[in-house]
Design a protein around this ligand. Structure first.
Ligand code: C2E
Ligand code: MG
Ligand code: MG
Length: 687
C-alpha cells in the first residue's frame, strides 16, 4: 500500500495537511498537497500519482472538475472528489470526468480509506480491460479472417480490416446497415439469412454455417468463394449480437479442383482416367436407357507399343502416348469421352449413337489417323492400334459388361492381325477369354518349368545325313496340354515376354547340343529362332556370348534364325546386332523366306549362310507358280553363295521337285517331326 502515491488538491492548507496526515497514517505516500487547479495538473504530470483526491473549489482560475478532466484525459489518473457541494449542477459536471468516487465533507477517515481502495481497484481493472480491448481490436484488425459484428437487430456494429477488404465496404459506411446488405451471399435469399440469424443464432444461441461453400458478392459485384460461420455474442442475460467470421477460400477451392482433376485424370495425357470414364459411362447408360438409344464403347490398344518403349525408352514412349491421345481426340466429337485406361490402352465413349455402323465409322476414322507416322525426337514412328467395340444395350447393360466386352473385341482385333477394329461377338468370346487367361499363365510358365524345347532335324537333300536341329519351343499347359508356339507366341510378342522365351530356348538348346556332343553324337549345329525384339536388345551379343560360354558350346554349333520379315522390316535396327552375332562365329539363316518382299540388294547386306524357303511354297510345289518361285529363290541364293533349305517337306514328290531345282537341304515331317530331346538323341544314334 505504501507504494501507492496520492496527490491531494485542497485550497484550505490546514485541511490539506490534515488529509495528508490521515493518508500517511493509513499507509499511503503523499508526494504533494496542492492548492490550485493548474498546480494539480502540473504535479500530476510530474509525479504521476496513482490517485488524486480533488477538492472542487480551488485557488486560481481552474476549479477541481476542470483540472480532473484534464488529468484524466492527459495522464489517465483516477480522481476522487472531496467536496462540500452535493448540488445537482456540480454533480452533473463532475460526472462527465468519470470520477471513481465522490465524498461529501465532512467525512470519516474510514469512509475515505474504503473509497480510495475501491477506486484504486476499479482503476486497475479498467486499465486492464482497456488494454485487453485494445489487444482485441488490434487482433481483430490484423487477423486474416474477416469479422463482422452486428447487434440484435442484425445491424452492423463492427467490421475488421479483412472484412472491409473482402466486401469492399468501409466500416464507417457499413455501421448501422443491415448485415445482409454488406454480407451478401449469392443464391441465398436475404430473408432466409435474416431469419436464420434471428432465430437460430440470436434466439437459440447456436453457431451455424450460413451456407456450405457460399459465394460472397462484393460491393462491386465480384464473387468470392468463402466459408463462414455465424456465432452468438453471449452475455449473462441474453444475446445482444452476433459475430460473423468468414474467409476467402479461393486458394482452397482451386486446390480442391486441382486435386479433383488429378484424381480423375491421367497425368501424362490429361485425359480422363478409368474412374471418370466409368462415371460418365454410367451416366450415359442411364440417359440411353431413358431415351431408348444406343451407345458405343471403344477399347483401343496400341499395337506393339511395348517395343517402342523398350527400344527407344520411356520418354519417347510417353511422348508418343501424348501425341496419340491428341490425335484420337481430333477424331471424336466434343460430347464423346476418351480416357486413358492403362499404359497404352484407351477407352472411348460414343454416347447417343444412331447405330453400330456409326461406331464402325468412328473406329475407321481413328485407324486412318494412325496411317501417318509420328515424329518424335528425330524418330519416325509407325504405330497402329487395335480397336474393340461393344454396344449398349446389345452387348451389355452395365458398364462392366460393356467395358469387358469391348476389351474382348479388342483381343479379337489383335488376333485378326492388329490395325483393325472388331465388334464384340459372343461366339468368339470363349476363345478370347481363353487367350486372356493364357496370357496370365504364360508369365508363370518359365518359373513352373512348363516350357520345353523340341528339336526337329535338318537333313541334306538325300536325307542320308542329319546336318542340324531346329529348336522349337512348346508349352506344356497344365490344362490345355501341349501347345504349339503359334498358340502363344503372338501373345508373348505383344507382352514382351518373348524375350524371356527366346533366351530360355537359346540356353536350353545350347546346353542340349553340348550334352549330345559329350555323349558322343556326331556334332551338329542347333538353330534357334529369334524374335524381332531380340534383335533390338543392346546387350544381345553379350547375352549370346555368355550362354555359349556357360554351355561351353563352340559358336560354329549355333545358328540363329531370323525371319525374312523381321530382317528386312527394320534393317537399321537389326543389322548391327546381326553383324555382331556373325562376328562371334555363329551361323545365320533367313527363315520363312519368300513370304516377305526383300530385294536382293538388301539380302546382300546380311552376313547369312542359308535361306530357309517357307513351307507355303513347298506345300503346293506342284503349282507352276510356286515351282517357279522356288526355282528363282534357289538360283538367286546360289548366286549369292547361300545354301537353301526347304521347310515343311511332307512327301517324296516334293523331294523330287526340290532335288531337281537344286535345293540343298530339307526339314519336314517326311524326315522327322520335331522331337523331345531324348527321342532326338535316339534318332541320331539309330542313324
Ligand atoms: P519356323 O521357324 O518356320 O519353324 C518351323 C515350323 O514348321 C515348326 O512349327 C515346325 O513344327 C513346322 N514344321 C516342320 N516340318 C513341317 C512339315 O512337314 N509340315 C508342316 N506343316 N509344318 C512343319 P512350330 O514348331 O509350330 O513353330 C512355329 C513357329 O514358331 C516357328 O516357325 C518359329 O517361327 C516360331 N518359334 C518356335 N519356337 C520359337 C522360339 O523359341 N522363339 C521364337 N522367337 N520363335 C519360335
Ligand atoms: Mg525357324
Ligand atoms: Mg520357318
Amino acid at each position: 500500500m505504501a507504494d501507492k502515491k496520492i496527490l491531494v488538491a485542497e485550497d484550505e492548507s490546514i485541511v490539506g495537511l490534515h488529509i495528508a496526515d490521515s493518508l500517511r497514517k493509513l499507509g499511503y505516500a503523499v508526494p504533494a498537497v496542492v492548492a490550485s487547479g493548474e498546480e494539480a495538473v502540473r504535479k500530476s504530470g510530474e509525479l504521476r500519482p496513482d490517485l488524486i483526491l480533488m477538492d472542487i473549489v480551488l485557488k486560481g482560475d481552474m476549479d477541481g472538475i476542470e483540472a480532473a478532466g484534464l488529468i484524466r484525459s492527459r495522464f489517465n489518473i483516477p480522481v476522487i472528489y472531496l467536496t462540500a457541494y452535493g448540488d445537482d449542477e456540480t454533480l452533473r459536471r463532475a460526472k462527465i470526468t468519470e470520477p471513481l468516487g465522490y465524498i461529501l465533507k465532512p467525512f470519516k477517515e474510514r469512509e475515505l480509506h474504503t473509497a480510495i481502495e475501491i477506486a484504486l481497484y476499479r482503476h486497475e481493472m479498467e486499465t486492464k480491460l482497456k488494454k485487453m480491448e485494445r489487444w482485441l481490436a488490434t487482433t481483430l484488425r490484423s487477423i486474416g479472417d474477416a469479422v463482422i459484428a452486428a447487434d440484435e437487430n442484425i445491424n452492423i456494429t463492427f467490421m475488421n480490416k479483412t472484412a472491409e477488404d473482402m466486401t469492399g465496404w468501409k466500416q464507417e459506411d457499413a455501421i448501422g446497415k443491415k448485415l445482409t446488405e454488406v454480407f451478401n451471399i449469392k443464391g441465398e435469399e436475404t430473408r432466409t439469412v435474416e431469419w436464420v440469424l434471428a432465430n437460430k443464432v440470436l434466439k437459440e444461441g447456436v453457431i451455424i454455417n450460413l451456407a456450405e461453400d457460399s459465394l460472397l458478392i462484393t460491393r462491386d459485384s465480384k464473387e468470392i468463394p468463402i466459408s463462414d460461420s455465424a456465432a452468438p455474442i453471449k452475455e449473462e442475460h441474453g444475446i445482444p449480437g452476433i459475430v460473423i467470421v468468414f474467409r476467402d477460400i479461393t486458394d482452397r477451392k482451386q486446390l480442391e479442383e486441382a486435386l479433383i482433376f488429378r484424381d480423375c485424370h491421367d497425368s501424362l495425357t490429361g485425359l480422363p482416367n478409368r474412374g471418370l470414364f466409368i462415371d460418365r459411362l454410367s451416366l450415359k447408360i442411364a440417359d440411353a436407357h431413358r431415351n431408348n438409344r444406343q451407345l458405343a464403347v471403344l477399347f483401343l490398344d496400341l499395337d506393339r507399343f511395348k517395343r517402342i518403349n523398350d527400344t527407344l525408352g520411356h520418354f519417347v514412349g510417353d511422348m508418343l502416348l501424348k501425341k496419340v491421345s491428341e490425335k484420337i481426340r481430333t477424331c471424336i466429337r466434343e460430347s464423346d469421352t476418351i480416357a486413358r485406361i492403362g499404359g497404352d490402352e484407351f477407352s472411348i465413349l460414343l454416347p447417343d449413337i444412331g447405330n453400330a455402323v456409326d461406331a464402325g465409322v468412328s473406329a475407321e476414322k481413328i485407324l486412318a489417323t494412325f496411317e501417318t507416322p509420328y515424329r518424335i525426337n528425330g524418330h519416325e514412328l509407325n504405330i497402329s492400334t487395335s480397336i474393340g467395340i461393344s454396344m449398349y444395350p446389345d452387348d451389355g447393360l452395365h458398364f462392366e459388361e460393356l467395358m469387358k466386352n469391348a476389351d474382348i473385341a479388342m483381343y479379337q482385333a489383335k488376333e485378326k492381325g492388329r490395325n483393325n477394329y472388331q465388334f464384340y461377338d459372343p461366339a468368339v468370346n470363349v476363345r478370347t477369354l481363353e487367350l486372356i487367361a493364357l496370357e496370365n499363365m504364360l508369365r508363370q510358365a518359365i518359373k513352373r518349368d512348363e516350357l520345353l524345347v523340341y528339336y526337329q532335324p535338318l537333313a541334306d537333300i538325300s536325307m542320308q545325313r542329319v546336318i542340324g536341329a531346329e529348336a522349337l519351343v512348346r508349352w506344356r499347359h497344365p490344362e490345355l496340354g501341349l501347345l504349339d508356339p503359334m498358340r502363344f507366341l503372338p501373345l508373348a510378342e505383344e507382352t514382351g515376354f518373348i524375350k524371356s522365351i527366346d533366351s530360355f530356348v537359346l540356353r536350353t538348346a545350347c546346353g542340349q547340343n553340348r550334352t549330345w556332343q559329350q555323349a558322343g553324337l556326331s556334332p551338329i549345329s542347333v538353330s534357334v529362332n529369334f524374335s524381332a525384339m531380340q534383335f533390338q536388345r543392346p546387350d544381345l551379343e553379350e547375352m549370346v556370348t555368355q550362354v555359349l560360354s556357360e554351355s561351353s558350346l563352340g559358336p560354329e554349333y549355333l545358328c540363329v534364325e531370323i525371319t525374312e520379315n523381321v530382317a528386312m522390316r527394320d534393317i537399321e535396327m537389326t543389322l548391327p546386332n546381326v553383324t555382331r552375332l556373325k562376328g562371334l562365329g555363329i551361323g545365320l539363316s533367313i527363315d520363312d523366306f519368300g513370304t516377305g518382299y526383300s530385294s536382293l540388294s538388301c539380302l546382300r547386306k546380311f552376313p547369312i549362310k542359308k535361306l530357309k524357303i517357307d513351307k507355303s511354297f513347298v506345300r503346293d510345289i506342284a503349282d507352276p507358280d510356286n515351282k517357279a518361285i522356288i526355282g528363282a529363290i534357289i538360283a538367286m541364293a546360289h548366286n549369292l553363295k547361300l545354301k537353301t533349305l526347304a521347310e515343311g517337306v511332307e512327301d517324296m514328290e516334293q523331294i523330287e521337285f526340290l532335288r531337281s531345282l537344286g535345293c540343298d537341304e530339307i526339314q519336314g515331317y517326311l524326315f522327322s517331326r520335331p522331337l523331345p530331346a531324348d527321342e532326338f538323341k535316339e534318332m541320331m544314334t539309330r542313324a
